[in-house]
Design a protein around this ligand. Structure first.
Ligand SMILES: Cc1cc2nc3c(=O)[nH]c(=O)nc-3n(C[C@H](O)[C@H](O)[C@H](O)COP(=O)(O)O)c2cc1C
Length: 87
């Protein structure tokens, strides 16, 4: 099974990233993503006219190429963190 794992956090010391990196999943093929590699400007209808950012396309491809997704979200200001919402 191909597993995509990521944390909804951009912190270098993310607890959520540590959680989704748990060794008990390592018998499977894990693609562990870091949201820092998908850093995007805040999107808008005007920017959409120029197409979707490469980072968003890369993230979509990673989701299409997996069988299963594991994500763990940091709560910030009673919501998901901004890098996750952007992507
Ligand atoms: C800017 C900011 C806002 C936060 N807002 C909340 C919140 O609304 N509710 C909450 O329970 N924790 C909040 N926290 C605490 C984080 O959820 C907590 O530190 C979490 O461990 C962060 O996850 P990470 O270690 O994966 O980055 C906030 C932390 C930061 C830095």
């Amino acid at each position: 099974m191909k597993i995509l794992a990521f944390a909804g956090s951009s912190s270098s010391t993310s607890r959520n990233k540590e959680l989704v990196s748990l060794k008990r999943f390592t018998k499977h093929d894990i693609n562990l993503l870091d949201l820092k590699d998908f850093d995007m400007l805040v999107f808008s209808v005007d920017r959409e006219k120029n197409g979707f950012p490469q980072e968003a396309q890369n993230f979509m491809k990673a989701m299409e190429d997996c069988d299963f997704i594991i994500c763990s979200m940091a709560e910030q200001n009673r919501s998901y963190n901004v890098p996750f919402k952007n992507i």
